[in-house]
Write a protein that binds this ligand. Structure first.
Ligand code: MN
Ligand code: MN
Length: 500
């Protein structure tokens, strides 16, 4: 008997919608978790997933992908890359596994929500495969982190991070709760799959994979590029919804979800991707700088996709384009300064040659961020590295939970960055973070940052008290990744700014 082609049976086979008779439609799909925009049945019937795959095809392809990932890992172990790579690369891996492993598990729940509460069968079908994808990602990231334990005990933060009150964990949980876990199926699809996965996962999983391949870490490079092949498929769940919303008079609501989802996940990923690409990766292995990756993956591709769907660029786009030249430099300086508060040794990434590279990629870097590093470099060379360690906690943004940083030459705009809500004052990294807060003040206002908790007396107010609160035992706390070799190099070869 001749087999039918997939296109001949697919629509019929996946069309599992029926008219409920024992319960109402709203009981089956409660609007709060399914579709608070209340799009009509006719509108939902238009959902057309751009990526069509059958279960049989899916399983075959995924099996091959997984077999490849683990085979490459076994083969790579023979090259002794991990035994021979420097501390800096290990830090990059520890940072990645901590930030990403359990975030993959969180996306399992998001995909599960879309798989159950999406009102179009095509959406549920894609999300079911998306759920299986995220199970694969969570498991393989944890497996690789675990496999690396012999190369450093804090690889266990791949599993540990989200259960602690470490500041990066509080930031990650607050973003994941807001974008991945705490929204209805439609908004989750827009914020997670469209705003986040369409752009940002490309950055971490393709941008970093290129650097990793260059650095000789074939196993890690292969793992994350394999994951990205799934991401680029299930990232397509959101776009058909946006098309439907624009067509059925919900353009404003669609735009707002894109604008919020994009901004929240941009902040989240910039800390991880911006710092690792521009500061952690060995200089000679860098394929492009963070800004160049952003231009390629976000500015060009995301811009085109948004406009094609009949939406506008987020209202803060001009500010965003400036921000990609600024924010992560501040995060890097802060993360290095607060190195005991993270679970990996932090490379400064500002040796003389690296500073020249930063200046060439971000003209003006020396006059802005370089000034901060000049003081640090001078103190280390004067034999006073303790002056570069934190004495207390910084002011933290009440929306994104990251320390508030500014270009040292930039203007401080306190009114644009704080507000009072029900008698409490809130501070923000920027007017965009403040705008997000203002969209749903009840959603965000009860949350406290780690610094708020310190001020409220919930944490013992000593450096030891804070680090213990964050779950960092003495041996887990980060140090300078290169024993200050980068600073000593400035003695022999001072930068122009330091020589003056
Ligand atoms: Mn994933
Ligand atoms: Mn995903």
């Amino acid at each position: 008997m001749a087999l039918l082609n997939r296109s001949q049976w697919y629509d019929l086979a996946r069309d599992t919608n029926w008219t409920p008779s024992f319960v109402s439609e709203d009981d089956l799909f409660p609007p709060d978790v399914a579709d608070p925009f209340k799009m009509s049945k006719e509108a939902w019937a238009e959902y057309d997933e751009p990526y069509k795959v059958s279960y049989r095809e899916y399983v075959r392809v995924q099996r091959d992908k997984d077999a490849g990932v683990y085979a490459v890992n076994t083969a790579a172990a023979r090259t002794r890359f991990m035994e021979e790579c420097n501390n800096r690369w290990k830090s990059l891996l520890k940072f990645h596994f901590g930030a990403v492993s359990l975030a993959e598990s969180c996306s399992q729940q998001s995909e599960g929500r879309m798989a159950r509460f999406g009102k179009a069968p095509g959406m549920r079908n894609m999300a079911t495969f998306g759920l299986l994808d995220e199970i694969r990602h969570g498991q393989s990231q944890l497996y690789f982190a675990h496999d690396n334990l012999k190369h450093g005990q804090t690889f266990n933060w791949g599993h540990k991070l989200l259960g602690t009150e470490e500041w990066g964990s509080v930031m990650a949980r607050s973003t994941l709760d807001d974008v991945f876990l705490g929204r209805d199926a439609v908004t989750t699809a827009i914020m997670l799959t469209f705003a986040f996965e369409t752009g940002f996962t490309n950055m971490q999983f393709i941008g970093l994979a290129a650097d990793a391949a260059e650095a000789g870490d074939t196993s890690f490079s292969n793992l994350i590029s394999s994951i990205q092949t799934d991401e680029s498929r299930h990232a397509q769940i959101g776009a058909p919804l946006l098309k439907m919303m624009v067509k059925h008079g919900l353009e404003k609501e669609a735009q707002k979800a894109v604008d919020i989802g994009f901004w929240r996940t941009y902040r989240f990923f910039t800390l991880l991707t911006g710092c690792t690409i521009d500061y952690f990766t060995p200089l000679e292995k860098r394929e492009a700088c963070f800004r160049e990756f952003m231009e390629e993956w976000i500015i060009h591709q995301f811009e085109r996709t948004v406009l094609d769907l009949g939406l506008k660029l987020p209202w803060y786009w001009d500010y965003f384009i400036e921000d990609i030249n600024m924010f992560h430099h501040g995060m890097q300086a802060g993360m290095w300064n607060f190195r005991p508060t993270v679970w990996f040794d932090v490379p400064a990434g500002v040796s003389p040659r690296e500073r020249d590279w930063l200046e060439s990629k971000y003209p003006g870097w020396n006059d802005n961020w370089g000034r901060v590093w000049d003081v640090i470099t001078k103190n280390i060379n004067a034999g006073k590295p303790e002056l570069s360690l934190p004495m207390t906690m910084p002011l933290i943004c009440n929306l994104n939970n990251l320390p508030i940083v500014k270009n040292p030459n930039g203007k401080w705009d306190p009114d644009g960055q704080s507000l009072v809500y029900k008698g409490r004052r809130y501070y923000f990294q920027s007017h965009v973070d403040k705008w997000v807060f203002e969209q749903y003040p009840e959603r965000y206002s009860a949350h406290t940052t780690v610094t708020d908790r310190l001020a409220m007396g919930q944490i013992e107010p000593t450096v030891e008290g804070i680090l213990t609160y964050m779950g960092l035992s003495e041996v887990e706390r980060g140090k300078d990744a290169e024993n200050y070799a980068w600073a000593y190099a400035h003695r022999a070869q001072p930068t122009k700014a330091a020589a003056e």
